[in-house]
Each structure stands twice: as C-alpha cells, then as structure tokens.
Design a binder for this molecule. Structure first.
Ligand code: FES
Length: 109
C-alpha cells in the first residue's frame, strides 16, 4: 500500500512531515504519535475540546471537507482564531486522497 504523507506546520514554523500515515487514524492521533507541538487532543478525539485545531491549506479544503455542525459548535469556543479553513483534526481521518496534505497548527489559548 502506498504511504500517505501529511505535513504539520507548527506554530513556531517548524514543519513535521509524516510519511507513514495510516488510513483510519485521525490526524490528531497521527500528530500526537509524532510529537507535533500544539496538538493536545484533550478530549481524546471527541470533538469537544478544540485543542486539535488546525488550519487546512486552502487548496486542500475541497478534499478535506467542511466541518459538520457539532464541530462548528466546538470551533466556536475558539472563535477569535477560527478561520474559514479551520478544522478539528481529530475529525479528519487519514485516507489515500489526503496524501500530500498540509495543515498548520492553530495557536493555543
Ligand atoms: S481532540 Fe478534542 S476536539 Fe479534537
């Protein structure tokens, strides 16, 4: 199976490129397993904490998709830094179409 590469740009500008993402895991789990700074995942992927907030590179938004209603409500908790390309990365599952994806970690509270 072809490997799937996802790049996280940390708040400090350091890029963490992860080349062995596995379909079915979330980007939050992937980030935590690879020590991406700024992805906390406090609620364990329950879409309740917004500590896994990322900005999806705009050209990827169509592939990644928009947040659902519940995710929007959680994103509202961080409304001051919530952008049109904001997503909670625990709600983004790795899949082959996301190979090459680039997201930027949103600043913490
Ligand atoms: S880990 Fe809590 S909202 Fe994503």
């Amino acid at each position: 199976m072809a490997s799937i590469k996802v790049t996280f740009v940390q708040v400090d500008g350091v890029e963490k490129a992860i080349a062995d993402a596995v379909p079915g895991e979330s980007l939050m789990e992937l980030a935590k397993a690879n020590g991406v700074e700024g992805i906390i995942g406090d609620c364990g992927g329950g879409c309740a904490c917004a500590t896994c907030h990322v900005y999806v590179d705009p050209q990827w938004m169509a592939v990644v998709g928009a947040p659902d209603e519940i995710e929007e409500m959680t994103l509202d908790m961080v409304s001051d830094i919530h952008k049109s390309n904001s997503r909670l990365c625990c709600q983004i599952m790795v899949r082959p179409e996301l190979d090459g994806l680039r997201v930027t970690v949103a600043p913490g509270e």
